[in-house]
Design a protein around this ligand. Structure first.
Ligand code: AHG
Ligand code: MN
Ligand code: MN
Length: 323
C-alpha cells in the first residue's frame, strides 16, 4: 500500500507543500494519541477560557491548537497561520510560501463523551509580500486553496485530503506510524435521502430552510416524494465523512439566534476546506444562495451558512432559496 508521501510525490505536489502537510500530520498523530489515552492523559474537560468565537475552550482545543501552531510556525515554508482558537493570525517564516488555516479540534462537545472529533486544515498561497501576522494576506476566497483536508479521530484515524486532484482516504497504520492510502478517487453519490441538521434551531431559520425541512419530513407524500432519514453527530468532520462514504446532505444554515453571525460555522476553518473536499468528490457546497468557495472573506473568523453534500439534493436546497 502507498504511504501519504508516496501519493503526494506521484501527484507532483511541490516538496515544500509536502513538508507542510507532513508537519500537520505530525501534530495530528500526536492529537490522535492523546485522544486514545483520554482520561489517562488528562485531556478531558474544559478550561476557564473562551476563544475569540465566544466559546468555552476545551482542554483539547487548546492542546491541539498549540501542537499545530508550534510545528507550523517553525516550518520554513509557512508564512503564517490562522486558527479558530487564536484571536489573531500568527507569523511564521517571512519568506514562507504558504498560509495554513485550521480548526484544531472540530466537534469539541464530543470529546468528553468519547465520540468522533476531527482536525480540519486548509492551505493557501501567500500571494503578496505582507507578513504572516497580517490578516489581509489570508483574505482569499476558497477557490485559492492548494490543499484541504481533515483527520477524523474515530475507531480508526483517517486522513481525507485533496490537492485539487480528487479526494483520497488514508488510514493511520499505528504499527508504522504512517498514513497509508485506503481509498482513492472518492465520489459522493449525486442523490440522497439522508439529511443532517440541528433541528433544535428550526424556529430561528429563514423561511426557505424551514420549508425544505418541512417538505423532507412529509416524506413520500410531500413535494420531494422521498422518505428521508436523519443524522446529527454534532461533529462536522464526522458528518462530512459519512457523506463522502455514502452520500447525504449536511446543513448548518443561517439562524437568528445571534443575528450578527451568519450561521455557526467558520468560512476559513470549516466552510472552505470542507467545500473543496466535497466539490473534488463530485458533490456541491453552497450558502443556499452562492457557492461557499466564492464567498470573499472580510475577516479570518467570518461565519458562513453551510449546505453541502450530494449534488442533486444541494441543488434542491438552493432552488428553495433562489426561486
Ligand atoms: P467546533 O467544535 O470546532 O466549535 O465545531 C463544532 C461545529 C461542527 O463540528 C458541528 O457540526 C456543529 O458545530 C455542532 O453544532 P451544535 O452545537 O449546534 O450541535
Ligand atoms: Mn469546528
Ligand atoms: Mn474547533
Amino acid at each position: 500500500m502507498k504511504r501519504l508521501d508516496q501519493v503526494l510525490a506521484a501527484d507532483g505536489i511541490p516538496a515544500e507543500l509536502e513538508l507542510v502537510i507532513d508537519h500537520i500530520m505530525i501534530a495530528c498523530k500526536d492529537i490522535a494519541y492523546k485522544l486514545g489515552q483520554g482520561e489517562l492523559a488528562g485531556i478531558l474537560g474544559a478550561t476557564e477560557d473562551q476563544n475569540v468565537q465566544g466559546e468555552t475552550q476545551k482542554k483539547l482545543d487548546v492542546i491541539s491548537n498549540d501542537l499545530l501552531k508550534d510545528i507550523l510556525v517553525s516550518n520554513p515554508y509557512v508564512r503564517g497561520i490562522a486558527s479558530e482558537e487564536e484571536d489573531y493570525t500568527v507569523a511564521g517564516n517571512a519568506n514562507g510560501k504558504y498560509l495554513v488555516t485550521f480548526d484544531p479540534l472540530d466537534g469539541s462537545s464530543n470529546i468528553d463523551v468519547n465520540l468522533s472529533v476531527g482536525t480540519i486544515f486548509s492551505v493557501l498561497e501567500a500571494k503578496d509580500n505582507r507578513p504572516g501576522d497580517d490578516q489581509e494576506v489570508f483574505l482569499q476566497n476558497g477557490r485559492n486553496q492548494v490543499a484541504a483536508g481533515y483527520v477524523l479521530y474515530g475507531p480508526s484515524v483517517i486522513l481525507v485530503m485533496t490537492t485539487g486532484k480528487g479526494v483520497n482516504f488514508f488510514t493511520l497504520d499505528t504499527n508504522i506510524g504512517e498514513f497509508v492510502l485506503t481509498k482513492s478517487n472518492v465520489q459522493i453519490p449525486a442523490d440522497t435521502a439522508e439529511f443532517a441538521i440541528n433541528m433544535s434551531n428550526q424556529r430561528f431559520w429563514e423561511p426557505e430552510m424551514k420549508q425544505y425541512i418541512d417538505d423532507c419530513l412529509k416524506g413520500e407524500e410531500g413535494p420531494l416524494a422521498k422518505r428521508y432519514n436523519m443524522r446529527w453527530v454534532a461533529s462536522m468532520v464526522a458528518e462530512v465523512h459519512r457523506i463522502l462514504v455514502r452520500g447525504g446532505i449536511f446543513m448548518y444554515p443561517y439562524d437568528t439566534r445571534e443575528p450578527s453571525k451568519a450561521g455557526k460555522l467558520r468560512l476559513m476553518y470549516e466552510g472552505n476546506p470542507m467545500s473543496m473536499l466535497v466539490e473534488q468528490a463530485g458533490g456541491a457546497s453552497s450558502t443556499g444562495r452562492m457557492d461557499i468557495m466564492d464567498v470573499a472573506p472580510k475577516g479570518i473568523h467570518d461565519r458562513v451558512p453551510v449546505v453541502l453534500g450530494s449534488k442533486n439534493e444541494v441543488a434542491k436546497v438552493v432552488a428553495y432559496h433562489t426561486k
